[in-house]
Design a protein. Structure first.
Length: 194
């Protein structure tokens, strides 16, 4: 059984470099659509590792281009969610590639492997996770770590309810879940998820 970590919203790749270096037997995939000019240079140190693959796209519910609202100049907090409240921090917009993450999961991962999903996707989780649950790809993961962004959504009550529905689904399907998303993480007990 292989262990695979899929990181959605990896705009600070230096935070996962230590894990990539330490766990050479684990494959890491990093998704990040940010078009900021310095973003590509952030991934150069990771190109040397055979166990890391960068995908310059947002994980979404379909293959499409979407407008990303930038939250400043470094992509931290940027989103493809429509009508995102920028609170005056907007750093402009850009069109980015999005891929059908459900299809990617089903063609790239095996449900028999120890797949771990980490997502900090600035509100997209309220669209992506229910879609993955409905289509069956969420069940490919043994553990999911994500940062909920319900307080940043325009319809906070709906986002909170969606979060609860997602957490309930994880509990019913015995998938380890944590909303304690840590940028720097240790995978010492990662194999305990299988």
């Amino acid at each position: 059984m292989k262990t695979i970590v899929v990181e959605l919203g990896v705009n600070r790749p230096a935070y996962i470099q230590g894990a990539i270096e330490k766990y050479k037997d684990i494959m890491f995939y990093g998704f990040e659509p940010c078009p900021h000019p310095n973003m590509a240079s952030r991934f150069v140190p990771l190109e040397q590792f055979a166990n890391f693959k960068f995908i310059k796209a947002a994980a979404w519910i379909e293959d499409v281009q979407k407008v990303m609202t930038m939250s400043g100049t470094k992509c931290v907090g940027s989103t493809i969610v429509d009508k995102w409240p920028t609170n005056g921090r907007a750093g402009g917009t850009a069109t980015v590639e999005c891929i059908n993450f459900d299809a990617w999961v089903k063609t790239t991962l095996s449900p028999d492997d120890n797949n771990i999903l980490r997502a900090d996707i600035e509100g997209s989780e309220y669209y992506l996770f229910p879609h993955m649950i409905e289509k069956g790809s969420m069940s490919y993961f043994k553990a999911v770590f994500f940062e909920p962004h319900d307080t940043k959504m325009l319809d906070r009550q709906k986002a909170k309810q969606t979060s609860q529905d997602i957490l309930d689904w994880f509990a019913q399907n015995k998938i380890y879940v944590s909303t304690e998303f840590k940028e720097l993480f240790d995978l010492e007990d990662v194999k305990s998820f299988h």
